[in-house]
Each structure stands twice: as structure tokens, then as C-alpha cells.
Design a protein around this ligand. Sequence first.
Ligand code: SF4
Ligand code: SF4
Length: 433
Amino acid sequence: MTSFVGPDIPSIADLQNCIHCGFCLPACPTYIATGQELESPRGRLHLIAAVRDGRIEATERTLAHFDRCLQCRACETACPSAVPYGRIMEDARASIMANAPSAQPPSWRWRAVLLRQVLARPRVLRAALGLGRLYSRSGLQQIARSPLRRLLPPRLARLESSLPVLADAPFRTTGTLAQPEGATARVALLLGCIHGELYPRMHEATVRVLAHVGCEVVAPEAQVCCGALHTHAGDAETARALARRNIAAFEAAGVDAVIVNAAGCGAAMKEYDRLLRDDPRWAARAERFAASVKDVLEYVAGRDFARDLGAVNETVTLQDACHLAHAQRIREAPRTILRAIPGLRLHEQRAPDRCCGSAGIYSLVQPDLSAAILDAKMADVASTGADVICTANPGCTLQLEAGVIRTGLHAEVRHVIEVLDESIRAGARVAST
Ligand code: SF4
Ligand code: SF4
């Protein structure tokens, strides 16, 4: 029998916060897409409470409702009763995965094995990405994205559009990345397990922008994957092991702040204190570390970033990354930055903080629901007339790029920091003429 076991069982106090008002329902992308109570935050909280109390067993059917949750935490923002939905769902998943392997649902067990053996092991991950790089550079990917794409079966075409273009050299540089004259702060950059492999240009832009705001930038060699996807998949033990390694690596760098340019990773690292709360050797260190983690946009917006900016004549719409807006509660920083850029027109979506359906590996494990959520997002994006879709997370970038391919929209997807970097470089060009 599968039930909740282990150290992370959702707390009664957290669950009792829910007053069943239903305010969260219209904010939930899976409820909007399905109209079903059991695909809503309130419905899932009922299920979690019932499993906790032993009223129902955690069957595959019950767990399928957990699985369809994006963990986007939009329900937390909407909730008037401050229900900590994100940690309840993470605890529920961890308490299922704490069962003996034979009592874990097979799909969950395999997912955890894959995340542990691939994402948490840079050599294996790089070998797998090497195959993807071969595909991108062979020209086959270009053919698959040409008008010939119509010849592919629809499911295959959709899967292909979700693959990243791995044409550029990855960003794997460690050590000192920038040392501007007169630096007033020393910061460390999280490279992430996959971010620098998929989007090296985002790290390059981040380093230049941090140097512009007077930061010496380092990347400790011993850093590892942040463990966000492991936490979301219920593999709390792997997440804790990765957290300990990161804390030790970044502590040794002796920096003022740890900068993260992926909202999902930043949210996870800001919660290392909770992850390691029961570990007497690490709890205090985890608390200090979590307080030092900053999203790059929050950090840059708090410094003198707006001097010497040049024009970026683009119409931009901002996709609020769920783990920036809902988990880290950062909404103003990206807007402050974009509004400061001369020539840039910011056109807001009707629901900029509604999930795009990316959610880590959700687009792979729930392809139909993810596609329905993405379609709604792309309709909202198209209504803004933007030629640039700004994000703050590599997963969202990948998903929105897939949306652009599928809809044929003429728009580029870029991190906010890339647009700021473009503006800084335009300003430098003007100053040098
Ligand atoms: S989670 Fe919050 S918003 Fe949703 S039903 Fe419970 S109390 Fe209401
Ligand atoms: S985390 Fe997102 S998908 Fe899951 S219940 Fe909350 S709003 Fe819905």
C-alpha cells in the first residue's frame, strides 16, 4: 500500500489553512484547461489531506492528479488564507517517494532515477546533450522546422518543437568571470546543470550586466545542479545532497551574494533552509546561504543599472516566470528594468503571470495538458503584438520558443537580462562615436 511516509509528511497546520473558498480556482491553469475540481488546488489539497489522514490510499489514479499539477504556485498568490501550496505539494511528493521502491508508482520511480542519474551527473548530462548538439548542427533540425514540418505526424512535430537548438558552444567557464575596475561587490553566478548548455548567451549577458553594475563575478567550480527538479519530483534526498554541495561550494567563494538567472533554480535555492531544516549540521549554514541568494533581476534592479543605456527599439511583452512571480514574489524588478530602456515599448499580456506549461519536465510528462496551456499563453502573447517575449527562466524560454514555432508568430524569446545587455552595449557604442 502506498501512503505518506518519512520526514516530509505534509503538516496538518499547513493543510488546515485552507478554508475551501475556491478563490484559487480561476488562477489555476490546470483547472482552467480541464474544468475539473480534482485538477484544482482545492481539489488536490482535499486529496492530500485524505491520504494524510489514511482515508484514501495513494493509488496511481490519485497520484495522477498530483502529477498534473504544474507546481506553478499561482494558487499561492490567489489564496487569501496564505496556504503554502508549493511546500504542501513538494512534501506530498517526497512522502510518496519515501516509500520502498516497490510501493512507488513506476512512472515516478523512473523519473527520479533519470533525474538523479542524468541531471545530477554533469558528465552523463553532457554526453546526452552532445547527441542533441549533433542533431542541431547536422541540419536535420532545420529541415524539421522548415515548411516540410507539415509532413511529420502532429505529435512528433510537437515533440520536435520542444527540443532546444544546441548550435552554440556551451557556457562552462568557472573561476573569475569579470573583474571590473572599482568593483563594489563580489558575487557568484550559478551556472546550473542545463542552463549554460542550452542558453550560453544568457550567462554571457548576465556577466556583462553584473560587471556594468560594478560587480566582480566568479563561478565556483565545485557548484552543482540546484536540485529544483529533484524537489519537484519528490526526490528530496537527492535535492538535499545537491544543496549541501552547493552551500559548501558558494561559501568557499566568499561572496556578497549568489546570483541566479533561472527563476526555478533561484526559488529552490532560496528554500534550502527549509530543505535542510532537520539537519543539525547544515540548518544554520543553509539559512545563511538562502538569505544570500538573489535573482539577477532583483539584484540588478537594486543597483545603478540605468546609467548610459542605449535605445532598443522593440515591442516587448513580459512573461512572468511562475517561480519569480509566485514563488519569489518578484514582479516589479523585470518591469523596472524594461521600462528604463530607451525606445522599448512594454506591452502587457492579459495574464502575464499565468504559467506557459513548461514547469520543468512537465511538457515531456504531460504533453497534452502542457500544449493546451501553451496554446492559451500564445494567444495572450499574440494579442500584445510584441516582437520580443521576455522571460526570466530557461524552461519558459524553451516552451515559448516551441509556442513560437507552432503558431508561426514572428517573435524572439529572450531573458530580460539579454535585453538590458543589448541596451548597455548600444549605450557604449553611442558613447564611443
Ligand atoms: S487554497 Fe486558498 S484560495 Fe484555494 S480554496 Fe484553499 S483557502 Fe481558498
Ligand atoms: S501549483 Fe499551479 S497547477 Fe498546481 S494547483 Fe496551484 S495553480 Fe494549479
